[in-house]
Design a protein around this ligand. Structure first.
Ligand SMILES: C[S@@+](CC[C@H](N)C(=O)[O-])C[C@H]1O[C@@H](n2cnc3c(N)ncnc32)[C@H](O)[C@@H]1O
Length: 282
């Protein structure tokens, strides 16, 4: 079947090779029970490369020549589902913290930095930006930035293009859609474009959480939600102290609803609400 894309399933050896590579490159854990989902996510990569089966694909992607393909593979394997104002309670905490601490800090000439780590298509970062503008419509006059990063180049491209089909905007209250987005009807679909005030607050960048982080400023708030659920405990436990180091001593770390820090005190955190952590010093 060389030269053709066959319907061959993946062998245990090829699955192991791909799973080990995905783990090394990104921390993603590929469970054997999800084999058919993983095959279907990767099948378009085989087609794109005209590779006939998973054995040849795993050999290629693990080889030196497969360096570029590794990025496509990780992109195909990541789960990018996100929503605007997902887990609304975190935005309520953010809003309170902005009013009580960050806005006074900004007015006193300090910087505020918020990180959406594992930002996917940008809905989380835009929800943060809307929260900032709701608290103070003139917030952009101050030194406040949202950094939104993801390992997947495709979602970063989508977030930079910022063209949201109507079905992706369901979490945004109508008055905020009217206030912060412009609508364009394109054929049978409507698309929403965030306005300049929102977009100017955010910088989108490709960044692997497992690699070194180039940021020099400490963060006031880190959103890392629905990301570590795909990591094993060892990878998670390596991440917490790194978040602690880059977070201001009175900052906030928000995780997803099914994520938790196993031993918060070991990493210097304390629980401060549902899936909300603060440095013990806060
Ligand atoms: C399910 S989405 C979560 C999006 C958003 N945080 C939310 O809660 O709606 C998970 C995102 O984490 C990203 N991701 C997975 N592994 C990563 C890694 N090692 N470094 C950075 N981002 C990663 C994926 O590409 C994906 O876009």
């Amino acid at each position: 079947m060389k030269g053709q894309v066959s319907d061959n399933g993946i062998t245990a050896e090829s699955f192991d090779a791909i799973a080990q590579l995905a783990y090394r490159e990104s921390g993603l854990q590929l469970a054997v029970e999800k084999t058919s989902m993983i095959q279907s996510r990767l099948r378009h990569r085989l087609r794109a490369l005209n590779i006939p089966d998973f054995e040849d694909y795993s050999a290629f992607v693990c080889s030196e020549a497969g360096r570029q393909e590794r990025r496509h593979m990780i992109s195909a394997l990541t789960t990018n589902v996100s929503h605007f104002f997902r887990e609304k309670h975190h935005f309520d905490v953010l809003s309170q913290a902005l009013k009580q601490k960050m806005l006074p800090d900004l007015r006193a000439g300090k910087k505020v930095r918020i990180w959406s780590a594992g930002a996917s298509n940008g809905q989380e970062a835009l929800s943060i930006a809307m929260t900032l503008l709701q608290v103070d419509p003139a917030v952009s006059d101050f030194d406040v930035r949202i950094l939104a990063t993801d390992i997947d180049a495709n979602v970063i491209k989508f977030a930079n293009e910022a063209r949201y089909p109507e079905r992706l905007t369901s979490g945004i209250p109508n008055h905020d859609l009217d206030r912060y987005f412009s609508k364009e009807v394109e054929g049978p679909e409507s698309f929403y474009y965030p306005n300049k005030a929102l977009k100017d607050l955010i910088t989108f960048r490709e960044l692997n959480l497992l690699s070194s982080w180039p940021m020099k400023q400490k963060m006031d708030v880190i959103f890392c939600r629905n990301v570590v659920i795909y990591f094993d405990l060892k990878t998670q436990n390596n991440l917490w102290p790194r978040f602690h180091n880059i977070l201001k001593s009175d900052g906030y770390l928000f995780l997803g609803h099914s994520e938790r820090i196993a031993e918060p005190e070991v990493a210097g955190f304390r629980t401060s609400g549902p899936t909300t952590y603060r440095p013990v010093s806060a």
